[in-house]
Design a protein around this ligand. Structure first.
Ligand code: FAD
Length: 412
């Protein structure tokens, strides 16, 4: 495992950001598309496992970048960071797409049990034994280290769908269970994009010449699909309103408890350490990414990352009671008992965006509300300012980037 992924802590993420930021300008724009193999990743940041869990935030990443570059010279890198924001905002407003994905994923896993031909191709794909050399190498990178280059993710998804003719949801599930940066929005929607389900009819075809160029000649595959007909829509994704998320919530509420999750592990930077916050817990629902097992790499990375957040919460909230260990089996009733033990009737949760952690937390919230607890979702200005522009294509959000950066107090 590369050194960068061995320390899932905020300080390691900040250190790596400091080292990478000087290269986030023209160097990054010119070289980012090259996948030179796991030993040669200087052309990209590899910060995604840290940003995905918000061990470091998008704002911090762009702020560090702007210390070395003008907005225009680092435009490409800044836009890439906003792709994460775009996918999150879009899924937030189209939550049925996530629900449909979960349902179809489970149906396809059932189908595998009955269809030995399909299962054989699937098993070869996930164990890197298809005979397509590049695809097999990326499958092994994914399971060995939990990271694959962006371009290789696109090629991999395309070969999965159009050459191996496997269901896209099983590929997305394989990624989500094995990626250290596994993210419900970026992952599910990127797979849908490759399949022609996000931008209607527009698919992504992996071409041998493109693979050869951007792997610097490491691979030159034969036998890939020559066309990529878009998969058909089951139904149109309905646009839903954004959830109520509060920023600066402390002004309006009384004493409270705080619940952290893997979706935002530096949330303490958003909250004043004052006497209103009485107690803190951190939950870890990573195992709920799928009914299938998540990889050991993902389990270890996320557990260490959530533990790091608790450690920092202890230092930041010195007057509050901060749990000693991460809760892996939190239920509405156990969280209720914990609130009772601190004489609390209010719980603030750092908002988990649509996805598996969201689903697990909403079960807890439902029960807490039945038991009379006032639950409030708190968020970051970054999301609140950006998500409203993510309802359609990326272009609308891209157009707003200078304005959004201005609102965060970042020099654009
Ligand atoms: C099929 C497929 C599945 C993917 N699944 C995930 C996933 O589960 N989790 C995840 O974080 N990313 C996912 N991505 C997006 C992207 O591949 C990774 O974010 C990127 O490879 C991370 O490497 P990096 O940090 O070196 O990125 P860099 O190139 O250094 O980019 C800087 C940051 O910008 C953001 N970013 C860059 N490219 C993208 C992108 N295309 N979409 C969203 N954000 C981006 C990330 O936060 C990244 O850390 C997926 C892409 C594809 C095509």
């Amino acid at each position: 495992m590369p050194v960068i992924f061995q320390y899932p802590t905020r300080s390691a993420g900040l250190d790596h950001l400091k080292k990478f930021a000087p290269f986030a300008g023209a160097d990054y724009a010119a070289n980012r598309n090259y996948d030179n193999g796991p030993e040669a990743r200087q052309n990209i940041s590899q910060l995604s496992p840290f940003i995905r869990h918000r061990l470091i935030s998008e704002k911090e990443v762009i702020s560090a970048t702007l210390e070395h570059h003008t907005h225009s010279s680092a435009q490409k890198f800044i836009q890439e960071v906003f792709w994460r924001t775009y996918w999150k905002g879009w899924l937030e407003m189209h939550p049925d797409v996530w629900a449909d994905y979960c349902q179809e994923r489970d149906e396809q896993h059932e189908r595998l049990k009955k269809n030995s031909g399909l299962n054989k191709v699937y098993q070869a794909a996930i164990s890197g034994k298809t005979g397509v050399e590049c695809f097999d190498a990326w499958a092994k990178e994914l399971t060995d280290i939990g990271y694959v280059h962006n371009h290789a993710r696109m090629w991999f998804a395309s070969i999965w769908i159009f050459t191996l003719r496997l269901p896209w949801v099983l590929g997305a599930d394989f990624f989500y269970r094995n990626l250290l940066d596994g993210d419900p929005a970026s992952n599910t929607l990127s797979w849908r994009w490759v399949a022609g389900l996000h931008t209607r009819g527009k698919t992504y075809l992996a071409r041998p010449s493109n693979i050869e160029t951007y792997t610097s000649g490491r691979f030159n595959p034969n036998g890939l699909a020559k066309d990529a007909p878009a998969l058909s829509y089951e139904r149109d994704a309905a646009l839903k309103p954004l959830p109520d998320i509060y920023y600066n919530f402390e002004r309006n509420i009384d004493v409270y408890g705080l619940l952290l999750s893997e979706d935002d592990l530096s949330f303490e930077t958003e909250i004043n350490a004052d006497d209103k916050l009485k107690a803190v817990i951190a939950v870890n629902f990573t195992a709920k990414r799928s009914f299938e097992d998540i990889s050991e790499n993902v389990a270890n990375f996320t557990h260490a990352a959530v533990s790091d957040a608790l450690l920092r919460a202890r230092q930041h909230f010195r007057n509050s009671s901060v749990a000693d260990t991460v809760w892996v089996d939190a239920t509405g009733d156990t969280v209720f008992n914990w609130l009772q033990s601190h004489d609390l009737k209010k719980l603030v949760i750092s908002y988990p965006p649509v996805g598996s952690t969201h689903d697990a937390i909403m079960v807890v919230v439902k029960r807490l509300r039945e038991l009379g607890i006032n639950v409030v979702f708190a968020g970051r200005r970054w999301d609140i300012d950006s998500w409203p522009h993510a309802s359609k294509g990326f272009f609308a959000l891209k157009f707003k980037i200078p304005q959004i950066l201005e609102l965060q107090g970042l020099r654009a």
